[in-house]
Design a protein around this ligand. Structure first.
Ligand code: HEC
Ligand code: HEC
Length: 344
């Protein structure tokens, strides 16, 4: 469930000559045909859409009802969200887990084979969210595609090694056979899977309505949760945010020139205990769930400062920086400011 930031497409595309190959060891990959490449693009667009839609819904529910409320929401609405994405893109799509909460998400069939491959590659050190695999089933002319899902800090509340008691009992009530806890941050949580039809008519339809086109709706609606702030507090929060963007600029520049001192100073200044309007008076106006999104960001900044002091590995620092930005985008997808002159 990662937002639009997809890693560079490192395609592991196994265009098999026959369906039987799916169950036999992988053949050396051939170059994808143009049609296969198009189908992979559609699969990736649908995957990104599902990740984004689930994340957006989850964050809004967490803000409104906390994790306990969000569990009911996931139970009732997660399948419907997948159905809507499937309809929007003209594909079949879903999620599977390394261990599952909902038995309906257990990986069988081809999804299970790809997930096993992902587990091996993740254990060998590949980043879970960068794992992907595609195969065409030439018998039915369907592209089968999967992409790995990484356990992010925000997932630990409900899937981590130490799930809080009230959350745990809400999970047990809905999912008596739950096996989807104990995931460490950064581990492989599961995979998105997609089946894209590649028949000539389906491809023609796909060209007429590109998968990336936004759904046709009347006026754009802002579904984010509004936080009422006085004009002075709104201005202060926006100023803090612009400072966040400047910090990113400084850190990227520092990494590009290996100026580790600058990276350390900038990241330290954003570590835990530095955000959320501390000392500016609007902290009390922010919902508790705000800090569930902000806290991991401050922790990741601290990890970047630590890398600047000790490891000094650009790759590692950039990977952590991506996790910082994932928290920026998650929060921006969840909240907006509503200026009110009568707000406290
Ligand atoms: C508020 C609690 C909550 C949070 C936070 C949460 N999940 Fe889940 N997750 C659930 C529930 C409940 C289900 C079962 C949904 C269903 O019935 O289909 C689920 C199911 C899943 C599944 C499908 C496999 C399975 O176990 O059934 C995946 C994959 C998954 N979550 C990944 C994530 C990731 C990645 C994150 C963080 C970005 C995350 N979840 C955050 C509650 C949560
Ligand atoms: C916990 C929530 C949260 C986090 C984390 C967060 N932001 Fe924001 N940010 C907001 C909200 C809310 C707004 C106002 C959005 C609106 O009303 O449309 C905002 C607005 C902004 C703006 C616009 C400022 C202006 O002058 O209008 C920038 C730039 C920005 N954020 C950058 C960042 C960056 C960069 C990061 C991460 C390093 C980040 N933000 C992390 C909540 C957050």
């Amino acid at each position: 469930m990662r937002t639009p930031l997809l890693p560079p497409l490192v395609l592991v595309c196994l265009v098999t000559a026959a369906f039987a190959a799916a169950t036999t060891p992988a053949q050396p990959s051939e170059l994808p045909t143009a049609e296969t490449a198009r189908a992979i693009k559609r699969a990736e667009a649908a995957t990104a859409d599902l990740g984004r839609s689930l994340r957006k819904a989850l964050m809004a529910e967490m803000a409104a009802g906390g994790p306990v409320g969000a569990i009911d929401f996931c139970h009732d609405k997660a399948p419907g969200i997948a159905d809507a994405v499937a309809a929007r893109h003209g594909v079949k799509i879903g999620r599977v887990g390394v261990r599952v909460r909902n038995p309906a998400n257990a990986a069988g069939d081809w999804q299970g084979a790809m997930l096993e491959d992902f587990s091996r590659r993740a254990a060998a050190g590949e980043a879970p969210q960068a794992l992907q695999q595609s195969r065409t089933d030439t018998r039915t002319n369907v592209l089968r595609h999967a992409r790995g899902i990484r356990t992010e800090p925000a997932c630990l509340l409900c899937h981590g090694p130490a799930v809080a008691a009230p959350v745990q009992s809400a999970i047990r009530a809905r999912y008596p056979q739950d096996a989807a806890t104990g995931f460490e941050e950064g581990s492989l949580r599961g995979a998105f899977w997609v089946e894209v039809p590649m028949s000539p008519t389906a491809s023609a339809a796909a060209t007429a309505t590109p998968a990336t086109a936004p759904p046709v709706t009347a006026a754009p609606v802002d579904h984010r949760v509004a936080i009422a702030l006085s004009p002075a507090h709104a201005a202060a929060l926006r100023e803090e945010m612009r400072g966040q963007l400047m910090t990113l600029q400084g850190i990227i520049g520092g990494l590009a020139t290996r100026d580790w001192k600058a990276v350390e100073t900038l990241a330290d200044a954003r570590g835990p205990g530095t955000g959320g309007g501390r000392g500016q008076g609007f902290r009390a106006q922010l919902p508790a769930a705000w800090f569930d999104v902000a806290r991991p960001m401050h922790m990741e900044y601290a990890a970047i400062a630590e890398e600047a002091r000790n490891g000094k590995r650009v790759d590692a620092a950039l990977q952590t920086l991506e996790a910082v930005v994932a928290q920026c985008t998650a929060c921006h997808a969840t909240y907006r400011i509503e200026e009110r002159t009568n707000a406290p």
